[in-house]
Design a protein around this ligand. Structure first.
Ligand code: NDP
Length: 313
């Protein structure tokens, strides 16, 4: 019997985890982290999202830590984090599908300026401004062509957008123009009508979307941020929107979450805000993914979405 302790966060819905795992893997002993601390040496897998600092280090015999999110930057801020234990990021088809659909929706809503329609509707204004741009004449540039970025690129390409991707190492994908590294960043940006960030939060990507980067986009370009809020300098974004260099932004992630009620982003007529809701798989899908990962590790395999300390993501 393999033991999994659930430490998703203080207010986690433990019964729903228990139910999901009991149908998928009856051989898995699933326990709440506070109970698990009675005999921490018996715990082989720890499932986390926002555990208290120091908690993970109290389990000395872990085979792996499984994160319910694809981004793990917040976990590594724990000064006692057990860096020697493999850390597996969230994946699975539903996570990718949700992200693909969110980004497709965001790109279409920028093309059709639906933020303006919402603003007008609130005021009962029936004003028509014709839009002549289509997906076929719009280039979406994706920063971060990893697990999610490549699947989003495929979906946008199949929808009919022109797609280009930028990453550290070159990622070749049929029908998608590939750019790599700092040397090709300016060229990548110069042709992106909509810039999508699907980068992880690392020291190198923090503050990356600043005034200089935004100025390299074509005039009238737009931003979709589903990576992490720390990547965007909000003052620079507001300034670029203010002078019309950028035409709009769809933001799902923020430096501070929840976004402060005082943030100037809330009222901006060209900014659409969602509450870090782009992609969170259902409990059944999350549990199915975790079971698949545990079985893979138990068979001596290496899960695909393993955090790599050298790369920082
Ligand atoms: P991956 O680790 O699979 O992909 C990361 C990509 O970013 C890779 O292509 C990598 O390049 C690239 N990259 C990293 N650092 C740099 C850099 N300095 N310069 C250029 N490229 C860089 O991550 P995922 O695709 O699984 O997830 C991406 C992020 O999406 C997560 O970290 C998370 O922050 C965010 N996310 C947000 C969600 C939401 O609901 N808003 C939900 C899920 C994820 P290379 O290919 O060369 O390694």
């Amino acid at each position: 019997m393999v033991t999994l302790a659930v430490a998703e966060g203080k207010h986690a819905d433990f019964p729903s985890w228990k139910r999901a795992f009991s149908t998928l893997a009856p051989d898995l002993d699933v326990i709440w982290w506070e109970d698990a601390l009675q005999t921490p040496q018996n715990v082989e897998y720890l499932l986390v999202w926002q555990p208290e600092h120091g908690l993970a280090a109290r389990f000395a015999n872990l085979c792996a830590i499984l994160c319910v999110g694809a981004g793990v930057d917040h976990l590594l801020a724990d000064p006692h984090w057990p860096h020697d234990v493999p850390l597996v990021r969230m994946g699975g088809q539903e996570t990718a599908a949700l992200m693909e659909e969110y980004v497709t929706w965001a790109c279409l809503s920028l093309l059709r300026e639906t933020r303006t329609w919402a603003w007008q509707q609130e005021r009962r204004i029936f004003h028509r401004k014709l839009v002549t741009r289509t997906a076929a004449t719009t280039t979406v540039g994706i920063m971060g062509m990893g697990h999610l970025g490549t699947q989003v690129a495929r979906r946008l390409r199949d929808f009919g957008f022109q797609v280009r991707g930028w990453s550290r190492r070159r990622r070749e994908l049929a029908g998608v123009r590939s750019f790599a590294g700092q040397a090709e960043l300016a060229d990548f940006l110069s042709g992106a009508d909509i810039l999508v960030s699907l980068l992880p939060n690392t020291p190198r990507t923090r503050d990356m979307i600043d005034a200089d980067l935004l100025s390299r986009l074509p005039r009238g370009a737009a931003l979709v941020n589903v990576g992490r809020g720390e990547q965007v300098c909000e003052d620079a974004l507001l300034a670029a929107l203010g002078r019309g260099h950028l035409s709009g932004a769809v933001l799902d992630v923020f430096r501070e979450e929840p976004l402060s009620p005082d943030s100037a982003l809330w009222d901006h007529p060209a900014v659409t805000i969602s509450p870090h809701a782009a992609s969170e798989a259902s409990r059944a899908e999350q549990a199915a993914y975790m079971v698949q990962v545990i079985h893979e590790i138990e068979r001596g395999g290496t899960p695909a979405l393993l955090y790599n300390a050298e790369r920082g993501y």
